[in-house]
Design a binder for this molecule. Structure first.
Ligand SMILES: NC(=O)c1ccc[n+]([C@@H]2O[C@H](COP(=O)([O-])OP(=O)(O)OC[C@H]3O[C@@H](n4cnc5c(N)ncnc54)[C@H](OP(=O)(O)O)[C@@H]3O)[C@@H](O)[C@H]2O)c1
Length: 183
């Protein structure tokens, strides 16, 4: 199986700010339910920095999901560099094509044509041209940050809203689909 459907899930402020000092720029945005609903039982592709931020926050990889982590580093310094699956079930990929291959193994090895890119800025930049769906949390206001989503907040003419956004205190959640033939 090959990945044919790629989604991006991201939270950003109105200027496209997504990160600060290795973490999120905000503390009080509770879009966890949305994130879980969109990512559960899926293959997630992320950069090493984002993976480390998840471990710092949760103490473990996201459960009931496959984590595919892009890194040029040795994941096990005891052995010569190689890609593969570590003892936590995290799949370490050396390059984007390997990440796509590992994502296609699916959650629990069942095989899938779907992958969700969960960040950060470097990894969004790599996969944005191939994504056809956006799960976007738009955070109200402006934040100080050192990571910005490539191209800023997605919208027309390239990205078309699907249905009405879900509105919450301080943020809203949007599904967008790529308009074919527009880049
Ligand atoms: N707001 C949101 O929704 C959201 C989501 C995710 C992350 N974030 C934030 O974004 C920030 C992290 O983003 P970031 O851009 O600094 O880092 P990142 O994209 O998470 O990870 C960057 C790392 O990925 C690896 N990598 C990137 N391209 C690669 C390639 N072509 N081949 C192999 N490995 C590759 C490298 O790891 P090595 O150095 O190990 O080689 C690189 O240092 C954090 O502040 C985080 O909290 C925000």
């Amino acid at each position: 199986m090959h990945v044919r459907n790629m989604a991006i899930i991201v939270a950003m402020d109105r200027n496209g700010v997504i990160g600060q000092n290795g973490g999120l720029p905000w503390q009080d945005i509770r879009d966890g339910k949305w994130f879980k609903e969109k990512t559960l039982h899926k293959s997630l592709i992320m950069g090493r920095a984002t993976y480390e931020a998840i471990i710092a926050r949760n103490g473990q990889p996201l459960d009931k999901r496959t984590s595919v982590v892009l890194s040029t580093r040795e994941w096990n310094p005891e052995v010569e560099f190689r890609s593969g699956t570590d003892e936590r079930g995290v799949r370490w990929a050396r390059d984007p094509l390997e990440a796509l291959d590992m994502a296609s193994w699916g959650w629990n090895g069942g095989g899938t044509t779907e992958a969700i890119v969960i960040g950060g800025a470097q990894v969004y930049e790599i996969f944005l041209p191939f994504a056809n769906t956006f799960f976007l949390t738009l955070v109200e206001g402006e934040y100080k940050g050192d990571r910005v989503f490539p191209g800023g907040v997605p919208g027309l003419p390239v990205w078309h809203p699907v249905g009405d956004p879900l509105k919450f205190e301080g943020f809203s959640c949007h599904t967008l689909t790529r308009v074919t033939g527009v880049s």
